[in-house]
Structures are given as structure tokens and as C-alpha cells.
Design a protein around this ligand. Sequence first.
Ligand SMILES: Nc1nc2c(ncn2[C@@H]2O[C@H](COP(=O)(O)OP(=O)(O)O)[C@@H](O)[C@H]2O)c(=O)[nH]1
Ligand SMILES: [Mg+2]
Length: 438
Amino acid sequence: MFNSLSEKLESAFKHLKGQARINELNVANTLKDIRKALLDADVNFKIAKEFTDTIKEKAIGEKVINAISPGQLMTKIVQDELTSLMGSEAATLDLTKNPSIILIAGLQGSGKTTFSGKLATYLKAQKKSPLLVAADIYRPAAMDQLTVLAEQIGVDIFVERENKDAVSITQNAIQYAKANNKNVIIIDTAGRLAVDEIMMNEVANIKAAVQPQEILFVVDAMTGQDAVNTAKAFNDRLDFTGVVLTKLDGDTRGGAALSIKYTVNKPIKFMSSGEKMDTLDIFYPDRMAQRILGMGDITSLVEKAQAQYDEAEAKKLEKKIRKNQFDFEDFLSQIQQIKKMGNLKDLMGMIPGMGKSLKDVDINDNSFKGVEAIIQSMTVVERRNPDLLSPSRKQRIAKGSGKDIGEINAFIKQFDQMKQMMKQMNNMPMGKMPGLRR
Ligand SMILES: Nc1nc2c(ncn2[C@@H]2O[C@H](COP(=O)(O)OP(=O)(O)O)[C@@H](O)[C@H]2O)c(=O)[nH]1
Ligand SMILES: [Mg+2]
């Protein structure tokens, strides 16, 4: 995420790192490079200037030049300012009403329908009972899309295909929700390719009719400054309660994330990347600032791991590792756990220092395909007894998984090395392993 921006910011700090002495000149050069990095990320020039002016002021105030580690102090100042530019605190959803109504607005193609599905998945996981409402009356395909999503995630949907009045659909949906114990209503509306009066009127009419607690403006983060302009137009008309940044998976530059809060003074509430239904994340300005500065985001990584964490399973696995009984079956189930945590490259990017080194590496869920195919071509007995793999069995597995025998041997060798490492860890005195409790 925001790789190019991260890289440029990191290199801006080089002025301070390599120097034996820090002086006004290299601080000024750092600021100049920071400003350029922001402009290249498509941050509005006024915001970029104000940003570096503030940093300069703070750097003077905190006497960066005389500090023992000026580079570190400067990074801290930039980190704090990035955080505050994106909103400081994480924002929450107002779900106090029963039912709570969430209106989803934005341009066509921004990701409203996809987000509606993700939000419903997220709320369902929080033990809410959401109802999706198909209020995009113009394209029958839009209703189909939401219907398919709803079915996939197991959430109830309200559709009235013959009704051509979005306001009346939403009013009927509220009646339906009340009668069927749905406590959150998510209204997926129609969008246009550009801001236009008819669309704005329609959403404004729905707003007036149903008085939603939340109006979430969905915007494609890849569109940079345009995203910010659209946000302004929607906010002037709808006075929305929060922003959802979508498509943070591509090579999004960061301009939208950094400029929207400043421009409309509304919090970014969620960010979303990819088309899987479980890739919706709360937007935490402080964690995002850390990621942008290449510091990773261990907090989010741990949270994601915990969400998938099955205590009983983990205990069982720990026992097996301790007894040196880790087998192919355990390996396969670990891979599947990791895949459930979300986009792999994104996950790796949360490890401090990893983002940059992964820039050109192509990792995705398919990266595991080879290994999965190999293990899946083994019999259950073989999976549980790695030592059984004789040459003839390996031949059969190679055939079954479409690999050559060299690849099978390489995989088994890796697996053995991994087990060897686990064995060594088991033999290590506890005191030498920080953070690992037994
Ligand atoms: N890569 C990526 N694609 C997305 C994301 N969200 C939505 N899309 C895709 O963008 C297109 C438009 O999304 P859709 O939800 O139909 O937008 P809507 O017109 O606002 O309802 C679809 O092809 C989605 O699959 C995202 O976070 N990442
Ligand atoms: Mg849609």
C-alpha cells in the first residue's frame, strides 16, 4: 500500500541520516523532498505546503538540529503530523438505533455494492443482524449483483424489482426490517459516472425520507485528487458522516487518503481492498501513518491473526510442534489459516521493513498453490507420516500434482528444514526466546 510514497519519504530522511552534522540546510532539503513526495502521491499542493510548514515549525520548536538523533525526532514529528492529517482517532459507526440505518453513496464503480457486502459481513461477525437494501433502481444487473453477494455471505436482502421509486423501496425495507428483527439496514444506492443533479437529488431524497444515522461516502482511492473533489461535492449536498476508501489494493498513490479528511473534515471510517468479502478494515490514522513511513503495522497484523485464531487448534499444534510431530496435514491447515487472514502482500507489508523489500515480488494466494497441490496429492497416511515418502510414492505425488520429482524433493527438503528449526526452538532455553511463552 502506498509503496511509492513510502519510498520517497524514506529517502527524504536520508538527508538527516547520513550527515555527521545536521543543519538548516539538510533539514530544508528533507522538507523539500517530503513536499515533493506528497505532491507525487497526488496530495493537493496547498495541503502539502501547509503540512511541511507545520513540520518545519515543530522541528524548530523541538530543536531538531541540536537533538541527539535528529533523524528519529524528525520522523516522529512527521509521523504525528501524518496521523493528524488523516484524522487522529479511529472513527466508529453509530449503531445505537434499532434499526440503525446506513446509507451508502458514491459514484458508479466506486465500490458501493462491494462495500455494502463487506460491511454486512463485518456487522454479521459482530453479531448484528443486517439487512441489505437494493436501491439502485436503474440497472437490473445491480440488483442481481447485490442478491448474489447477499446469498454468498448469508445476509438477508430486500429487493423490489418492479418498484421504480428508490425512496419508497427504502421505506418498505424499513418496515420489513422492523417486522423481521433486522437491526442494521444498509442501503446500496445508484451512482452516476460523474456528480450529477438527478443522482444527488435521489440520494438527498432518501436521506430526507429515512433519516439515516450514517451516510457513508464510498470513493475509489485510486482516483487521487478527483476523489477529493467528488467527496467535496457529495459532502456539500449530503453532509455525510464518514468516508470509505476502496481499492487500496492496487498501486494507489495515497493522495485521497491524505487529503480527504482535511478537505471535508469528515473521518475516514473504513478502508477496503480486494474483492473478497472479508477484506474490510477499520481505518486507523495512526497505524496508516506508521505504514506509510515503512514502520509496518504489527497491531493490525496481530488483530487479524487473532480473528482467525482458534485456541483449541493452536494448543493442539503447539503440542505437536513440541513433540516434533508436525506433519504435512498441519502445514496445509496453517496455509489455509494464513489465507483466511486476507491479502498476503498486504499482510507482509504490515511487518516493519518488509513493505519495501516486497515491492517487486509477486505474492498472492496463488503462491501457495504449488505446495497445496503437492500436499493434496498425498494420501492421508502420507500426510500424517512424512517419513513414509519413498521414491515411488514421490513419483506418484509428482504426477498427481503436476510437478516434477525435483520440485517434490525440494519441497520435502524445505519441510524437513522447517521441522529441524522447530526442533531447535524446542531445545532452546526459555529465557532466550523473547515473547514465546510455554
Ligand atoms: N481491486 C478492487 N476492486 C474493487 C474493490 N471494491 C470494488 N471493486 C471492483 O470495482 C468494480 C465496481 O464495484 P461496485 O461495488 O459494483 O461499485 P458500485 O458501482 O459503486 O456499486 C467491481 O468490479 C468490483 O469488483 C476493491 O477494494 N478493490
Ligand atoms: Mg452498485
